[in-house]
Design a protein around this ligand. Structure first.
Ligand code: PLP
Length: 374
């Protein structure tokens, strides 16, 4: 039997001379997070063991929990570590005692496919949740409903009026789950009943996340077993990943880069001739732009940009390698053909002006070539 292939630790997955503009899909792991993971891997004892080695591992686990709680603005006891954002959302949707699920029409599939018998809250043409419609849905829902909304949408970056949503839900005795996978480590998070976060979007490793639980009375958890994570999510804790998660948040505690990313995003959008920007009329996460090139499909654009050295994505889920129709743009009333011409460009803490200008030039060159060929 051969040896399982290993990678060269000095080699980036991004090809030489390529520019990574797909940070909403995942962010590069912070060197400090890698270091923390390696250190924690050497502390391999089970944090539930009573002996000295176990107590040492427990100490590291609890200090990582405190760091995560401090950065995300909650009590350490509210943090339930999970195997990522999808699991955190499922834990809330299946582990909370809820009479009904009301979910926005632009939720990630992790919510759409894990919610049960859900009623959809519509959004307006900018992708912002219709508060009037939510109020009517809450009035019709049985007491004890769970409302699931996003803090910022992964495709368009549109930020939702979460404070208003919390106010409406509280008046109707409903609980609120907010998907903060795209905003954790970037924006202050809302003090919702449940908040889902994921480490790999903020410089931590994939496969680790957390659900912040602020209403333990209405929550039973899902995965039962050894009683870890206060009995809400049993299973021996992934200490290296948890340590990497906390270290990534520490490393990115200075959020000055977000404002710079916003300026770069605005600069990029201003340089594109004939582009349509979805959600541009709403408050948006400064790192994200959903851009339509009229007359050119997203798959053609993705291939062309890849060849030109730019790693971007279609906003829609494309885990099968195919570009699927975007339910987010559909919910905003964008016609299917126009939606099929949208790509997502997302920036991060290492993105530079030269990278953004280079991409704008590549975008304009492709648009011009296609217009001439038409
Ligand atoms: N929610 C949003 C808004 C996302 O963008 C993603 C991932 O892209 C998820 C949930 C799922 O998170 P994870 O990949 O950690 O399971």
């Amino acid at each position: 039997m051969g040896r399982t292939p290993r990678c060269n630790r000095n080699e980036s997955p991004v090809p030489a001379r390529s520019i990574y503009l797909d940070w909403n899909a995942t962010a590069p792991v912070e060197p400090a997070a890698v270091e923390a993971m390696v250190e924690a891997a050497h502390l391999w004892a089970n944090p539930s063991s009573i002996h000295a080695a176990g107590r040492k591992a427990r100490g590291l686990l609890e200090s990582a929990r405190e760091a995560v709680a401090r950065h995300l603005g909650c009590a350490p006891t509210a943090v339930v570590f999970t195997g990522g954002g999808t699991e955190a959302l499922g834990l809330a949707l299946r582990g909370a005692t809820a009479s009904a699920h009301l979910i926005s029409a632009i939720e990630h599939d992790a919510v759409r496919l894990q919610a049960r018998d859900s009623r959809l809250i519509p959004v307006d043409a900018e992708g912002v949740i219709d508060l009037g419609a939510l109020e009517r849905l809450l009035a019709d829902a049985p007491a004890g409903a769970l409302v699931a909304v996003m803090h910022a949408n992964n495709e368009t970056g549109v930020i939702q009026p979460v404070d208003d949503i919390l106010r409406l839900a509280r008046a109707a005795a409903a609980r609120v789950l907010v998907d903060c996978v795209q905003t954790a480590g970037k924006l202050p998070l809302p003090a919702a009943d449940f908040v889902a976060v994921s480490a790999h979007k903020l410089g931590g490793p994939p496969g680790i996340g957390a659900l912040i639980v602020r209403c333990a009375d209405d929550f039973a958890g899902v995965q039962k077993g050894g009683g870890q994570e206060r009995g809400y999510r049993a299973g021996t804790e992934n200490l290296p990943a948890i340590a990497g998660f906390a270290a990534a948040l520490d490393a990115r505690a200075d959020r000055g880069w977000i404002e710079r990313a916003g300026q770069l995003r605005d600069r990029l959008e201003a340089r594109l001739g004939g582009a349509e920007i979805f959600g541009a009329g709403a408050a948006r996460l400064p790192t994200t732009s959903c851009i339509r090139m009229p007359g050119v499909t997203a798959s053609t654009q993705l291939i062309s940009f890849d060849l030109a050295g730019y790693q971007v994505s279609s906003g829609a889920a494309c885990s099968s390698g195919k570009v699927a129709a975007s339910h987010v743009l559909g919910a905003m009333g964008v016609a299917p053909e126009a939606a099929s011409e949208a790509i997502r460009v997302s920036l991060g803490w290492t993105t530079t002006e030269a990278e953004v200008d280079g991409f704008a030039d590549a975008w304009n060159a492709l648009a011009m070539r296609k217009a001439r060929a038409a």
